[in-house]
Ligand binder design. Structure first.
Ligand code: LHQ
Length: 262
């Protein structure tokens, strides 16, 4: 259903709202398709320089729609793997590789793959009442959508193990304290702050922000020597941008810079 995802573009920001509020925005094939199509447009639209992802209603996303998957979930199998191959893994790769910053406004519970989609975004803000649940083990599954990759890296093995093995609810405040997310925002202020942050990012030197994402993505698997080489290569490209020239000129002329994302 087209309305399963709301997609707007304003002030250089594409806002994607998961919109199945009655089911806490759980992922169906329809929602995945709509999200993939929106990301295609976002990738191809130079006027979009930042993305904001959020959910409608009281939840952010409850992960895979278990009703849609009921038959295959019960047999526990191939289809689970193929849903990952077809939808979740490409989504996580795209969010990480998208050459535009992605802000996630977690407006309510983020469970299962819903939690890990949020954690694949670059800057995660969560409403005070939001929570994160690695609910997989509760139904006999393994953290997916990058959860087993990102959790130990963000919060360390002890906390990652507790979260993944127990599937307990983690409050937004605890998530921020542990370094799982960037910041907690009072519920009423979440969308205002997240929108302002995304608009701010859209005005920044977004080519450099894309290179920063690339460097941070590569970091966990690299040695110091490899990372230093990568920084050198990315810096060469950043230094060749119009925005770098503008940044330096604005600094020297003591005026605000006007970045164009090139
Ligand atoms: C839902 C769901 C849901 C359908 C709430 N599906 N309806 C990938 C690929 C292939 C295979 C499998 O998995 C994956 C990745 C995954 O994401 S696996 C993990 C799937 N997600 C879960 O296990 C979480 C299931 N949901 C919950 O545990 C609870 O709903 C949470 C803790 C998220 C929220 O609890 P409450 O605030 O008490 O809300 P609720 O449970 O009453 O849910 C509200 C409605 O949303 C309700 O519908 P209804 O028609 O009865 O009002 C739920 O059935 C529906 N809903 N999650 N994943």
């Amino acid at each position: 259903m087209a309305d399963d995802l709301l997609f707007t573009r304003t002030d250089g920001v594409a806002t994607l709202t998961l919109n199945r509020p009655d089911k806490l925005n759980a992922f169906t094939v329809g929602l995945h398709r709509a999200l993939a199509a929106a990301l295609d447009e976002i990738e191809g639209d130079a006027a979009v320089r930042a993305v904001l992802l959020t959910g409608a209603g009281r939840g952010f996303c409850a992960g895979q729609d278990l009703a849609e998957r009921a038959a295959t979930m019960a047999s526990g199998t191939q289809s689970g793997g193929s849903a990952l191959e077809t939808w979740y893994n490409p989504l996580i790769r795209r969010l990480r590789r998208l050459e535009k910053p992605v802000v996630c406004a977690v407006n309510g519970v983020a469970a299962g793959a819903g939690a890990n989609v949020a954690l694949a975004c670059d800057i995660v803000l969560a409403a005070r009442s939001a929570s994160f649940i690695q609910s997989f083990a509760r139904i006999g599954l393994v953290p997916d959508a990058g959860g087993s990759y990102v959790l130990p890296r963000l919060v360390g093995l002890a906390r990652a193990s507790g979260l993944a093995l127990l599937g307990d609810r983690l409050s937004a405040a605890q998530a921020a304290e542990w370094g799982l997310i960037w910041r907690v925002v009072e519920d009423h202020a979440l969308m205002g702050e997240a929108t302002a942050l995304a608009r701010h990012l859209a005005q920044q030197p977004t080519r450099a922000l894309a290179f920063i994402k690339q460097a941070l993505n590569a970091s966990p698997g690299n040695t110091l020597d490899q990372q230093l080489d990568l920084e050198r290569d990315l810096q060469k490209q950043a230094a060749a941008t119009e925005d770098f020239r503008e940044g330096v000129a604005a600094f020297l002329e003591k005026r605000p810079p006007r970045f164009v994302g090139r």
